[in-house]
Design a protein around this ligand. Structure first.
Ligand SMILES: NC(=O)c1ccc[n+]([C@@H]2O[C@H](COP(=O)([O-])OP(=O)(O)OC[C@H]3O[C@@H](n4cnc5c(N)ncnc54)[C@H](OP(=O)(O)O)[C@@H]3O)[C@@H](O)[C@H]2O)c1
Length: 303
């Protein structure tokens, strides 16, 4: 099955793979990378106030010449420059050069000020005013989603969260809560096992599946995320990788493949927990030894 559209709870649909602009920097290079992603076939662009390249993304969007309806644009309220939600969306629309964005997210629950219900009511107003087609959140945990739902007149359509095999088990309750309430989860940083945590237990099943299917490890990880029923938000500066990401929509992992990656991810989480514990013990031991040495030197009796 290719990367298909996913139906949202407000009747709109979202392309299930997105090209993100977080790490692209600014200037003409950022425009070129977004342009490249659109040329390769990405129709969903994920940006944010915080990435400081909405203007560059907007330039690529305009230069693509594609009708507005053929692109799906997500941006986020990141509380940039201390501006409120109403001013921020106006700035984002101006930077992106569009009349509306398809999806507007509160980037993090700590930005929902003075509280989640008040901030969400402002988001609802933006939708009612036609500035945004859909509204959602990002990095919300279950308690924050619950607070939001308790006062919401309009439900969030999506919650964009960190999701890769090493955090899968801990993020599962958020995904399950979303599923139970019609909130689609979006996964970012799915490729962490390759980009930031290589050498962990996930490498083995991912490598074996990649060899069996003659595909790249990053394609296996994206196919794993797709199998979880989430929207995948990824990125690359390289054309061949982007083509591979899109082709990953056709990769059919078996249920056993998915479980093998889940199990390896959980094992990696345990390893990291043990490593963190050992590191903390080492730091405390070192600090204690240092304190004794200093006190001994100064002639202070600690016991
Ligand atoms: N809502 C939030 O709080 C939040 C937070 C983080 C991210 N996001 C969104 O998610 C998007 C993607 O985030 P991300 O960049 O962390 O995603 P990612 O999909 O985990 O990583 C993308 C990176 O992986 C690299 N990569 C791909 N295959 C690789 C390989 N085999 N070996 C080594 N590196 C490889 C690419 O580098 P090359 O350029 O060299 O190909 C690219 O920089 C962001 O742009 C943003 O839109 C949202």
């Amino acid at each position: 099955m290719p990367w298909e559209l996913i139906k949202l709870n407000d009747g709109t649909s979202i392309p299930s793979v997105a090209f993100g602009t977080w790490t692209l920097g600014g200037g003409s290079q950022a425009t070129d990378f977004v342009d490249q992603a659109i040329s390769v076939g990405f129709s969903h662009i994920d940006t944010a106030q915080a990435y400081r390249n909405e203007e560059e993304a907007g330039k690529a969007i305009r230069e693509s010449g594609l009708p507005r309806k053929d692109l799906y644009i997500t941006t986020k309220f990141s509380g940039r420059d201390g501006l409120d939600i109403e001013t921020s969306i106006q700035n984002s629309l101006k930077f992106l050069g569009v009349d509306y964005v398809d999806l507007y997210l509160i980037h993090h629950p700590r930005l929902a000020t003075p509280d989640i219900p008040t901030a969400w009511a402002k988001m609802e107003k933006l939708k009612q005013d036609g500035l945004v087609k859909s509204i959602g959140v990002s990095n919300f945990g279950v308690p924050e989603l619950q607070i939001l739902l308790d006062s919401a007149k309009i439900k969030p359509v999506a919650n964009q969260i960190l999701l890769h095999p090493y955090v899968h088990a801990q993020q599962l309750p958020i995904i399950a809560f979303g599923n139970a309430h019609g909130i689609v989860s979006e996964a970012y940083s799915v490729l962490i096992p390759l980009t930031h945590q290589p050498g962990g237990p996930v490498d083995k099943p991912v490598g074996a599946i990649a060899a069996r299917l003659s595909v790249k490890p990053e394609q296996v990880l994206l196919a794993w995320a797709k199998a979880k029923g989430v929207v995948v938000v990824t990125s690359s500066t390289k054309k061949e990788r982007l083509e591979g990401y899109l082709a990953a929509g056709d990769i059919e992992l078996t249920p056993a493949d998915v479980v093998a990656i889940d199990v390896a991810g959980a094992a990696g989480t345990r390893q990291l927990t043990v490593r963190t514990f050992v590191n903390r013990v080492a730091v405390v031991t070192l600090a204690t030894a240092l304190a004794f040495a200093v006190c001994g030197y100064m002639g202070v009796d600690l016991i």
